[in-house]
Design a protein around this ligand. Structure first.
Ligand code: SAH
Length: 267
């Protein structure tokens, strides 16, 4: 394993939830760390990889309380490293996928604090796999597009070009889109995607609270099918969703009369 010297920071991906998806490198780093700064989406089980005397600092958003500002988190990481601690900054999924890991890394670079990134399994890929949805299939899509629906203000991002996405992104994986789900679906429909297109919402992926809803773009736009689902959730739109009944079940047992891909896609 790479050295984790005192006075350095590791940005560590915790994966989407299941502690079994923490990498060996992340587990090793958590066992070395003097301090762990962790987010709300990190499974508490993962923190059990820490030493008994490790300082654990929650820097996520708690219900009703504002989350610490990014500048405050950066300052805390820098200060801890300068105190000579081995600092693990533990983030859900992968630190560099919609996780502000890059902003924290920039802060560390600016402060001259040595750091390393330890990548994790991102929710929009590994979390979907756990729901039987492969983000690519050779017969379905030659690209995958990861999007965040939010801009920094929490509204629907004005930087997304829905026409271009509709035309050029056969499979769309949406992070942080739960609240804006029907708006997103409506934008895609307005830009030309069919109402019948397969879509799914996967909540709490890879945990024992995982929920999977398979639906269509039209029904998502109408706000159907998602009652009783609670975030965090990934939304996925595209033909690969049609594989879920085959691959989701196949993981549990061989399926005698599983539909072929063409049948699943309605072809
Ligand atoms: N860095 C993280 C993403 C952080 S953004 C990663 O790589 O996975 C937070 C968003 O991630 C949530 O709003 C949700 O869309 C998604 N997410 C994280 N964990 C999830 C999980 N277990 N199940 C479903 N979605 C999840």
């Amino acid at each position: 394993m790479p050295p984790f010297p005192p006075g350095t920071v590791w940005l560590v991906g915790a994966g989407p939830g299941d502690p079994g998806l923490v990498t060996l490198q992340a587990a090793w780093a958590l066992g070395q760390a003097d301090a762990i700064y962790f987010d709300a989406l990190v499974n508490a089980e993962v923190l059990r990889l820490a030493r008994g005397d490790c300082e654990k600092v929650f820097v996520g958003k708690r219900a009703g309380c504002p989350s610490p500002k990014q500048s405050e988190i950066n300052a805390a990481l820098i200060a801890a490293a300068r105190r000579g601690q081995r600092v693990a900054r533990l983030k859900g999924g992968d630190p560099y996928v919609f996780g502000r890991g890059a902003e924290e890394a920039q802060g560390l670079v600016a402060a001259g604090v040595p750091f390393r990134v330890s990548p994790g399994v991102t929710a929009g890929i590994g979390g979907l796999a756990a729901a039987g949805i492969p983000v690519t299939h050779r017969d379905v899509n030659q690209s995958v597009t990861l999007i965040t629906a939010h801009d920094a203000s929490g509204g629907l991002s004005s930087k997304l070009d829905w026409e271009a996405l509709s035309k050029g992104a056969p499979v769309l994986v949406v992070y942080m889109g739960f609240r804006l789900m029907s708006v997103i679906a409506a934008r895609l429909l307005a830009a030309g995607r069919p109402e019948s297109e397969p879509a799914a919402v996967v909540a709490n992926a890879t945990t024992d609270r995982q929920q999977v809803v398979r639906t269509t773009l039209g029904r998502l736009a109408a706000g159907e099918d998602v009652e009783g689902i609670s975030p965090p959730a990934i939304i996925v739109v595209g033909g690969v969703v049609a594989l879920a009944p085959v691959l989701g079940l196949a993981a549990a047992a061989a399926v005698q009369d599983a539909p072929t891909l063409a049948e699943a896609l309605g072809g």
